[in-house]
Ligand binder design. Sequence first.
Ligand SMILES: NC(=O)c1ccc[n+]([C@@H]2O[C@H](COP(=O)([O-])OP(=O)(O)OC[C@H]3O[C@@H](n4cnc5c(N)ncnc54)[C@H](OP(=O)(O)O)[C@@H]3O)[C@@H](O)[C@H]2O)c1
Length: 252
Amino acid sequence: MNTIDLTGKVALVTGGSRGLGKAIAMAMAEKGAEVVICGRKQDNLDQAVEDLRQKGINITAFMANIGNSDEVTALFKAIEDRFDRLDILVNNVGMNILTPSVIATDEGLWDKIITTNLKGTFLASAGGARLMKKTGQGKIINISSIAARKAAMGMGIYCVAKAGVEMLTRVLAVELAQDHINVNGVAPSVVKTKFSQPFWSNESLLKEITNTIPMARIAETDDVVGTVLFLASGMSDFVTGEIITVDGGSMA
Ligand SMILES: NC(=O)c1ccc[n+]([C@@H]2O[C@H](COP(=O)([O-])OP(=O)(O)OC[C@H]3O[C@@H](n4cnc5c(N)ncnc54)[C@H](OP(=O)(O)O)[C@@H]3O)[C@@H](O)[C@H]2O)c1
């Protein structure tokens, strides 16, 4: 009960070629899982596989754009052919393009942000749940954001998409409970990755942000990984439909 052991589990971490996804992939492999990552760019995937190989960790990478249903179907087919099961799905892909105002945004940008963050989570959850039902169990973990619950300037469409991800988490938790598939989410505040570089690379903006966080710092990827491991493990078997906030107290 008091250790996290993912031996024998097959895990897919979407968007695992850098940032939070890469840290989650590494931690899950270290806990014994067979880990698959996906991303849009082969060179980013190759780099991640090589970085982890140099640390003695072997993972598998498949190229797939999570917002494209044909590519997602091919991704789950490849996982099925290779492993014939999926135990853990981390819907980690997320992106934003800074926009001054939602209503002044063109339709194309709305579609891109909603498709990648929300539709991608739906497509991958459908593909993942299909494989999980074959073994009668599974864990789906959606990476949300405190932006799902707190409007942030420049991030309006992303906020809407992540709010959708949180409701999708609760809806799928209810729908998949009978199949012994837990569906939960993790909502971090700013984590130091490429995604958030515009925030933490600007010294005065970083100071402004840390002033809103009682723990007085932004998160490193490892600050989020532990919660994801907990939700992937047997320690959280009776937890479903829950979003765990990992934010150094900022929402408190
Ligand atoms: N960093 C933060 O401050 C923060 C805070 C709260 C929540 N989050 C959430 O945490 C998650 C991870 O973010 P991060 O900061 O690690 O981002 P990141 O550094 O930008 O990494 C994103 C990863 O996703 C892949 N990716 C992007 N679009 C994709 C698509 N359409 N299909 C497949 N893969 C795609 C990228 O690879 P390619 O570019 O090669 O496709 C990369 O591996 C996201 O859901 C984000 O919303 C982040």
